[in-house]
Design a protein around this ligand. Structure first.
Ligand SMILES: [Zn+2]
Length: 159
């Protein structure tokens, strides 16, 4: 029998998320997805619990995208590519499963999937079954530490 523990606390507000942070700027931070759909799959999130991009002030919106741009530079450097997908889902009708605003960034490599659009079904499955489920397959803590440290080192050279 599969046991699904109900999540009652926002996983992005939980203190444990700090171990996944590789970059932070102002009110935003970038975390490495502990269960990436492809290598490099990261999320840019506000530090405080915000559900919608429409809840951000002009300054916060600017900061959000400046943070995302820096995160792109870090990931493009780390994963040796200039190709990426990014995505925001808002509200359950659009596929949002965690009501804390999060921008997915997924570096892409030639031939990494059968066709370029195949990442989105993976992401949807990831959101529903991987991020929200506590019994999902995850990177172990050693692998996470290695990638977080590498991304932090690159981040220090980017800004
Ligand atoms: Zn939250």
């Amino acid at each position: 029998m599969t046991y699904h523990k109900q999540i009652t606390v926002c996983p992005f507000c939980d203190a444990s998320v700090q171990a996944s942070v590789f970059y932070a700027r102002g009110s935003f931070m970038a975390i490495y997805n502990i269960a990436p759909v492809l290598p490099g799959h990261s999320l840019v999130i506000p530090k405080k619990h915000v559900t919608s991009i429409t809840d951000l002030t002009d300054n916060e919106l600017s900061e959000f995208f400046i943070t995302a741009r820096t995160v792109l530079r870090i990931l493009m450097n780390a994963f040796h590519t200039d190709s990426y997908d990014w995505s925001i889902q808002e509200k359950p009708e659009a596929g949002q499963t965690i009501d804390h605003l999060h921008l997915h960034i997924v570096p892409r490599l030639k031939g990494d999937l059968k066709h370029p659009g195949a990442w989105y079904p993976l992401l949807q499955r990831n959101d529903r079954e991987i991020i929200d489920s506590l019994d999902r397959p995850r990177l172990n803590s050693e692998s996470m530490s290695l990638i977080i440290n590498e991304l932090k080192q690159i981040a220090a050279t980017i800004e």
